[in-house]
Ligand binder design. Structure first.
Ligand SMILES: Nc1nc2c(ncn2[C@@H]2O[C@H](COP(=O)(O)OP(=O)(O)O)[C@@H](O)[C@H]2O)c(=O)[nH]1
Ligand SMILES: Nc1ncnc2c1ncn2[C@@H]1O[C@H](COP(=O)(O)OP(=O)(O)O)[C@@H](O)[C@H]1O
Length: 189
């Protein structure tokens, strides 16, 4: 069977990655599968272990690194995040197009290992709108919101490392632009 396409979606915290991703997954023709990451951050209300993330301790995460079980990993605002490798390999070999929703340091590691990966960076229409979205979500304490916003400008400065940059004006528009990019790449893959 033909191997699936590896897709990286990055963008600053609160830009709308998760929301746009949910919309993309409504389109079955894209044949997408989501890579569930491992993290040491605490679950938000409503998040479930094994669905949004595998929530683990620092010790468990470091053991996974030592075992070579992660395709990439990085620290983001005080926590570890990483992509379990075996699951991604399995999905790709099943022909699934696998979406990694990861931050920029991890994305650069994957670009090195898999230069053919389709890479997309999602940007907010303005920094004011980004701030409105991250605050509107009400999932982080004020000091964490500040740290994430400080990080956002630095992350956006790396966007030219990605093959595509998409503005998240509306969820429908951003998801449809990304769907088109994915379809083109499936056709050429
Ligand atoms: N490198 C890396 N980054 C990840 C991974 N999983 C999630 N992230 C990124 O870590 C950052 C923080 O994620 P999270 O705490 O869920 O906050 P959110 O993006 O605001 O919802 C985001 O940029 C995620 O895309 C991973 O496996 N590896
Ligand atoms: N295009 C958009 N317009 C307005 N609000 C949006 C848009 N996309 C996402 N949001 C809202 O912004 C907040 C952050 O979105 P989320 O998907 O959690 O971001 P991320 O996964 O990038 O951290 C959520 O409250 C979401 O409903």
């Amino acid at each position: 069977m033909k191997k699936g396409l590896l897709i990286i979606l990055s963008g600053p915290s609160g830009v709308g990655k998760g929301t746009v991703r949910e919309k993309l997954f409504e389109d079955a023709t894209l044949n997408l599968a989501y890579s569930i990451s491992m993290t040491t951050r605490s679950p938000r209300p409503g998040e479930k272990n094994g669905r949004e993330y595998f929530f683990v301790t620092k010790e468990e995460f470091e053991k996974k690194i030592e075992e070579g079980g992660l395709l990439e990993h990085a620290q983001f605002v005080g926590n570890y995040y990483g992509t379990p490798k075996a699951y991604v390999d399995q999905l790709l070999s099943e022909g699934k197009n696998v979406l990694l929703e990861i931050e920029v340091q991890g994305a650069l590691q994957v670009m090195d290992k898999a230069p053919d990966a389709l890479t997309i960076f999602l940007v907010p229409p303005t920094m004011e709108e980004l701030e409105k979205r991250i605050r509107g979500r009400r999932t982080e304490e004020e000091n964490i919101v500040q740290e994430r916003l400080n990080k956002a400008a630095k992350e956006i400065a790396t966007k030219d490392n990605y093959k595509h940059v998409v503005v998240n004006n509306t969820v429908e528009q951003a998801a449809s632009e990304i769907a088109e990019i994915i379809k083109e790449n499936i056709a050429q893959h």
